[in-house]
Design a protein around this ligand. Structure first.
Ligand code: SAH
Length: 225
């Protein structure tokens, strides 16, 4: 699976993808994550070269109809996505899905993750910032407008990391046997490890007896109770 992230803040992903299970998946080439910064595609009056040599590339502009905040312009995002699609299409077997993050989009679930892992080879994710993305991007690309929950974040970078994590878990070989796929087995939100009796402020907290019984049938029943 190749994830292609359209973001003006690729640096935000480094730490999360640089450790643990996802880092291993990337190293073992089971997943790949690439970034395209829409700033690269800013042209015309939005691109300025200052006397000191600095270049600024504005990906945003004021909203039509007024209101606070800025809106991400369609053009640099469309060009960024087109550049990715062009690369992906060099492989004729590629199956592409485009996701655009929006707090009012379709809710992301484990089912969504499973389907995505099964059906696609390349997932393009568009992370918005500011007040969101010019609606014409959705009209043109017809992406899956996706929300990770009923709250508003400052950008689509965390949602992209959430999807990378959750979809990757569904790809064979990403999880080792010690992290086996919770969704596929009997699991419990109440888990215990050593010691059997935890003493905290003179009070004893015990592991439920059933978990020490060795009776696997009863244990499974307890986990799904
Ligand atoms: N004014 C917009 C909110 C923009 S939030 C609105 O009311 O819809 C800025 C960006 O953060 C969005 O473009 C989206 O990419 C991302 N974002 C914020 N909350 C999100 C959520 N719950 N799920 C997915 N993406 C979210």
């Amino acid at each position: 699976m190749h994830f292609h992230i359209i973001t003006i803040f690729p640096g935000m992903f480094e730490s999360y993808l640089g450790d643990s299970i996802l880092a291993r998946g990337i190293k073992e080439k089971k997943i790949k994550v690439s970034f395209v910064n829409p700033r690269k595609f800013v042209t015309g009056k939005y691109k300025k070269v200052w006397p000191d040599g600095n270049i600024s590339a504005a990906v945003d502009d004021r909203p039509y109809g007024g209101g606070p905040g800025m809106v991400m312009r369609a053009e640099p995002i469309l060009k960024a996505v087109e550049s990715v699609i062009k690369k992906i299409k060099k492989n004729s077997k590629a199956k592409i899905k485009i996701i655009l993050f929006s707090p009012s989009g379709k809710k992301f679930t484990t089912e969504y993750a499973k389907n995505s892992a099964k059906k696609y080879t390349d997932i393009i994710m568009i992370s918005g910032r500011y007040e969101g993305i010019d609606a014409r991007v959705s009209k043109i690309l017809k992406p899956d407008q996706t929300s990770i929950g009923d709250y508003v974040l400052t950008g689509g970078e965390l949602p992209a990391m959430v999807l990378i994590d959750s979809i990757s878990r569904q790809i064979p070989g990403i999880l080792g046997k010690f992290e086996s796929l919770e969704e596929e087995r009997v699991s419990s939100s109440e888990v215990y490890t050593r010691p059997e009796i935890l003493v905290h402020k003179a009070k004893k907290y015990r592991v439920p007896k059933i978990l020490l019984s060795g009776d696997h049938k009863k244990i499974e029943a307890w986990k799904t109770r």
